[in-house]
Design a protein around this ligand. Structure first.
Ligand code: IMP
Ligand code: MG
Length: 197
């Protein structure tokens, strides 16, 4: 089991850079097979920015020429639980009418974020809206939505890295990992808690 130390915390690797790269390539082939020749990728910021960037290059390798847009969504709530209310902090600029859209997000958990974004683009007249997430955490689904393309099934743990953060930290990690505890507690059993924020 690989672990690293950052900011005084011990982080265990769940999905390695190599596993993620291989999965991205396979996802791109799946997307290319189902999307048709022209589509718009809409990446939901901030968490998906690394995944979206790698997926785009994988789509290029799979022979696709997608356009890209960014949408910043926020679901406010205490700590690491997402609340019911989703807000558009920054909208896309392109018209999605009659277009095929691939919505890309980091994690599908309650489903509220992705369901909100999908409903919004459908309401604006998108011809088809596919959804693609790096990680699927099925345990806490609240909205009735499943992703069309899933990178990995994720255990019910708070993950960081590869674009994902806890309290703005760890987005730069090249892997998806789990914060296991303080380095000073090395060797002690993890109680499963993660830092607040
Ligand atoms: P939901 O599907 O609306 O509940 O929210 C999914 C969003 O919550 C993701 O896009 C992430 O921004 C955030 N999120 C959920 N689980 C985690 C996690 O384990 N680490 C970091 N962010 C998470
Ligand atoms: Mg997010």
């Amino acid at each position: 089991m690989t672990t690293i130390e950052r900011r005084g915390l011990r982080i265990r690797v769940l999905f390695s850079p190599e596993e993620i790269a291989a999965r991205n390539q396979a996802l791109a082939v799946e997307i290319a097979a189902r999307s048709g020749p022209e589509f718009l990728v809409v990446a939901i910021l901030k968490g998906s920015f690394v995944f979206a960037a790698d997926l785009l290059r994988a789509l290029y390798a799979a022979g696709q020429s997608p356009e890209v847009e960014f949408m910043s969504l926020s679901s406010y709530g205490a700590g690491t639980e997402s609340s019911g209310r989703v807000t558009v902090l920054r909208d896309i600029e392109s018209d999605v009418r009659d277009r095929t859209v691939i919505l890309v997000d980091d994690i599908l958990e309650s489903g509220r974020t992705l369901a909100y974004a999908k409903d919004l683009l459908v309401a604006r007249g998108a011809a088809r809206v596919f959804t693609c997430v790096l990680l699927d955490k099925p345990g806490h689904r609240n909205a009735s939505i499943e992703a069309d393309f899933v990178g990995f099934d994720c255990p019910d743990l708070f993950v960081v890295g590869y674009g994902m953060d806890v309290a703005h930290a760890f987005r730069e990690l090249p892997f998806v990992g789990v914060v296991e505890g303080r380095v000073s507690e090395l060797g002690s059993d993890d109680d499963g808690e993660h830092p607040a924020g």
